[in-house]
Design a protein around this ligand. Structure first.
Ligand SMILES: Cc1ncc(COP(=O)(O)O)c(C=O)c1O
Length: 412
């Protein structure tokens, strides 16, 4: 026992040492990727994960308690997004999987209902998440990306014109990751109804934030199953649901629509194998962690966290705008905002580089070239430090006339 614990003590020390090389997200130094409310929730979610550390969510009969936790999480989602009676959902590993599974469902629905289509097409705005292209790549479909409007929202009229005889699916973002704005979901779902298409809403980023922000009195457009014509919706638990990573929902207006995502196989010696997800084995810990986050926070906790996100966003926006040479792009609807430079002597790419040198991992947007900030409650503690380093970075760039190439490689 002592040998084991001293072995682990050394490994643990090594892990903690290796982590020192990373950007310090727990102190708000990373502008994307991490979502945390407070130490209490963090502990609850970690312990819940640990309790179900060894369980496999694939085994619904072996682990009925995991199945029940999963069903309760899905019911929470269906309720939050106003799905009428009869809706159904799939617990997935993340936004990308929720989207791939929904695209697969739409393709299957198209095969049955539009059998003349050999090469099915998805129509979406250029701002939609790359996972739709990943899904199309995997499922042998085509994607038509329609240019965004000047306000970064989907151009619904142009999307309608882009619909052709082979289109099966149309998509809106609620909101988009690139600019943090809501597409006109009612308009997009209207196009779907007129042309008989499957309409998916990508609420991966903002799904678990927007309903609470709306409750706080902010103007949030209708984006969920209340909009007729919306058939499926993706929303990530591991973002503003504050669940551990590996948790998202792919939700469907009807069980029949969910069944379009089903994979069933019986031609091997072991018997029937049924899954709705891309993965077979799935971590029970992610399910228990998501369940713990929902129950620990409850509607009041999510409301309070949403308040922190919006207050932090507003403080950051006001602080950025107070720095001469910087310019916040509008509109922005939720937790994401972008800012650039309106001073020829301040190269925003150089500002990004200077911020990295000061220990801040900043995101970026290519169109327009801008710094991208995805706000979560953890950033409330670092507002002043961020703004002070940003002001000094801008000052340094102006003084030294430093220039830098655009670095959009924040994902690798
Ligand atoms: C709007 C949107 N859709 C989908 C995704 C993909 O989610 P994930 O990274 O969990 O696969 C993201 C991730 O940021 C997103 O913002």
């Amino acid at each position: 026992m002592t040998a084991i614990s001293s072995k682990w003590a050394a490994l643990k020390e090594e892990l903690e040492r290796r982590k020192q090389a990373d950007f310090d997200w727990e102190h708000g130094k990373v502008a994307l990727y991490n979502y945390k409310v407070d130490a209490g929730l963090d502990m609850a979610v970690r312990e819940a994960y640990q309790i179900y550390f060894g369980e496999n969510a694939l085994g619904r009969r072996a682990f009925p308690s995991v199945a029940r936790l999963e069903d309760e999480v899905i019911d929470f989602g269906l309720d939050l997004f106003n799905c009428p009676e009869g809706g159904a959902g799939i617990f997935t590993s993340g936004g990308t999987e929720s989207i791939i599974v929904a695209v697969k469902a739409a393709r299957q629905w198209g095969r049955v209902n539009k059998p003349h289509i050999a090469d099915p097409v998805i129509v979406l705005a250029e701002t939609a998440h790359p996972s739709f292209n990943k899904a199309a790549y995997l499922l042998d479909m085509k994607v038509v990306r329609v240019p965004m409007r000047d306000d970064y929202r989907a151009d619904v009229d142009a999307m309608g014109r882009a619909v052709g005889p082979d289109t099966v699916m149309i998509v809106g973002s609620a909101p988009s990751y690139s600019h943090g704005v809501f597409d006109d979901i009612e308009g997009i779902a209207g196009v779907a109804e007129r042309h008989g298409l499957w309409c998916h809403v990508d609420a991966c980023l903002g799904g678990f934030l927007a309903p609470f922000v709306k409750k706080l009195g902010y103007d949030i457009p209708a984006f969920d199953f209340r909009v007729p014509g919306v058939r499926s919706l993706s929303a990530d638990l591991h973002k503003y649901g504050y669940a551990p990573k590996g948790a998202s929902l792919s939700l469907y207006r009807t069980q029949a629509d969910k069944d379009c995502a089903k994979f069933m196989f019986n031609e091997w010696p072991r018997g029937v194998y049924t899954t709705y997800t891309l993965s077979g084995t799935r971590p029970g810990g992610a399910v228990a962690g998501a369940w713990a986050a929902l129950r620990y926070l409850g509607p009041d906790g999510y409301l309070a966290a949403a308040g922190t996100v919006m207050e932090t966003r507003d403080a950051l926006v006001a602080g950025v705008e107070a720095i001469p040479g910087l310019h916040v792009y509008r509109p922005f609807d939720l937790g994401v905002f972008i800012f650039g430079s309106d001073d020829d002597r301040v190269d925003i790419n150089a500002v990004m580089a200077c911020m990295r040198e000061r220990g801040w991992f900043v995101g970026s947007t290519a169109k327009p070239v801008a710094i991208h900030y995805s706000v979560n409650p953890i950033h409330a503690q670092s507002i002043d430090a961020y703004l002070s380093d940003l002001a000094s970075a801008v000052d340094e760039v102006r003084r030294t006339e430093r220039k830098a190439a655009f670095d959009d490689d924040t994902y690798s």
